[in-house]
Design a protein around this ligand. Structure first.
Ligand code: ATR
Length: 278
């Protein structure tokens, strides 16, 4: 049995085991995929033990994505650009690291949500690991301009300095957002909902067709999407579709076949709606 896992802390809530089991069943691949809780102090030794036990690949979630990048022998260009790894692939000489978050987001937006990102003036809130994971993919998707706004302006400036693209880019502090005008797409990649809560955002960011996207789902997406609804945004998208798409890209890297994502997304979406009503 091929062994796979997701490493996180906490990780019990992770939907990844369920998603990968569904993909494996669909593709007729026998595998074991478990959730492994590792503290930051234990991450490296836990991954090494997993490799010794025959681990062939792993997903990595909070708070280990930067640490995962540090233990890889090789990184793909997109993992290097992100400075963060969410997918590990075992090779003869260690781990290869990739980051499928960005392509997962873009596939969800352009495929499932039928958005045309080309030319869209885009605001990315946050400049941590999650923001670095998706910024290069947004530029690759042809957005018209990218503004990265962050609580700490210097981190937004560092992100902008690290990425390259054809579109104009800019960095600013969250407090400077009122001067930025309106955006076609606003992506929340801050971890504010896991901590102190979303900062106040100006209504001037929004026009009649603005789309709001949160990279999280469930409770972690709620504060930003609530603000978006209050600000009059009709199209509010959470990160459930991105989660399924990034998993599918990891699955393709490990198994050489891209699973159908819609049935898995629909199952998770229906379950969640049922749970919300219960
Ligand atoms: P992740 O891997 O989820 O991106 P991270 O790398 O710790 O986590 O980055 C968290 C991001 O959320 C950062 O951009 C952080 O802003 P700072 O660079 O100023 O720390 C942002 N963030 C966290 N809490 C926030 C809050 N209460 N309000 C606004 N931004 C916040």
């Amino acid at each position: 049995m091929k062994r796979f896992a997701v490493f996180g802390h906490p990780v019990a809530h992770s939907l990844s085991p369920r998603i990968h089991a569904a993909f494996a069943a669909q593709c007729g691949i026998a595998l074991e995929y478990t959730a492994i809780d590792a503290t930051p102090e234990d991450f490296e030794t836990t991954v090494a033990a997993f490799a010794r036990a025959g681990g062939r690949g792993a997903n990595v979630t909070l708070p280990h994505k930067a640490a995962a990048a540090a233990l890889c022998t090789r990184l793909t260009a997109r993992a290097q650009a992100a400075g963060a790894v969410n997918t590990l692939l075992r090779t003869d000489d260690g781990w290869d690291g990739d980051n499928t978050d960005g392509i997962g987001l873009v596939r969800d937006l352009t495929g499932r949500q039928r958005m045309d990102l080309r030319g869209r003036r885009t605001l990315l809130l946050g400049a941590g690991g999650a923001a670095r994971g998706v910024a290069p993919a947004l530029l690759d998707a042809g957005i018209g301009a990218l503004v990265v706004a962050n609580r700490t302006a210097a981190n937004a400036e560092a992100l902008i300095a690290a990425i390259a693209g054809d579109a104009p880019t800019a960095a600013c502090a969250l407090v400077a957002l009122p001067a930025q005008g309106a955006f076609d797409v606003i992506v929340n990649a801050t971890s504010a909902a896991r901590g102190e809560g979303m900062p106040a955002l100006p209504a001037s960011l929004v026009h009649a067709q603005t789309v709001a996207v949160d990279l999280g789902y469930g409770a972690s997406a709620a504060p930003f999407l609530h603000w978006a609804q209050q600000a009059g945004i009709g199209a509010c998208i959470d990160g459930l579709g991105m989660l399924v798409e990034q998993a599918a890209e990891s699955f393709r890297l490990w198994h050489g076949t891209h699973p159908a994502t819609d049935p898995v997304y629909r199952e998770l979406y229906t379950d969640r709606r049922g749970a919300a009503r219960a």
